[in-house]
Design a protein around this ligand. Structure first.
Ligand code: FES
Length: 164
């Protein structure tokens, strides 16, 4: 029998697996095609896919751990470490680069005091550069969660954070 403990924000030790088990219980006769829906629900429930959940999924579905790990690391929608409540994506595509994305990135790393790909200590923001987000006419662009902010300056980008 597994022990039940508190969710650890650092994701480095024990995690309460009750939510994970509840999700897996809906897939008694799971097939490999259930893996992504299972992972999506676990990602939603915890904000990431805890390492300990991977073993539970293997036990519950008989899908090899290596395959689960491969899927989690392949798709950007999944994360093996806790992420911030909001995700900031700064476009680094050509149009945005030409129009000042570098200044925006520099300002955000200073304001958030983290580097690209990292999460703030309070788990409010995860910050990551991305390739063209498809709105080059708004360059330079960043997204916070699903919202686009265009024709930015470094100062406007920093000010936008205060809305969150
Ligand atoms: S290059 Fe930034 S939106 Fe296309």
């Amino acid at each position: 029998m597994h022990k039940s403990v508190t969710v650890n924000k650092e994701g480095t030790s024990d995690v309460d697996l009750a939510k994970c088990r509840a999700i897996l219980s809906k897939y008694n006769r799971s097939t490999p095609s259930d893996l992504i829906p299972i992972l999506q629900q676990i990602q939603d429930a915890y904000g990431y896919v805890p390492q300990t959940a991977l073993s539970e999924i293997t036990a519950g579905t008989r899908i090899p751990l290596s395959k689960i790990y491969g899927v989690v690391t392949f798709y950007s929608q999944f994360s093996l470490v806790p992420r911030g409540k909001h995700t900031i994506k700064v476009c680094t595509g050509t149009a945005c680069h030409i129009k000042g994305a570098t200044d925006i990135k520099k300002k955000l790393t200073e304001a958030l005091q983290i580097h690209e790909g990292e999460t703030t200590k309070d788990f409010k923001f995860t910050y990551e550069p991305v390739a063209c987000v498809g709105t080059c006419f708004l360059a330079p662009v960043m997204m916070i969660d699903n919202r686009y902010y265009g024709k930015l300056t470094a100062d406007k980008a920093e000010a936008t954070l205060k809305n969150y």
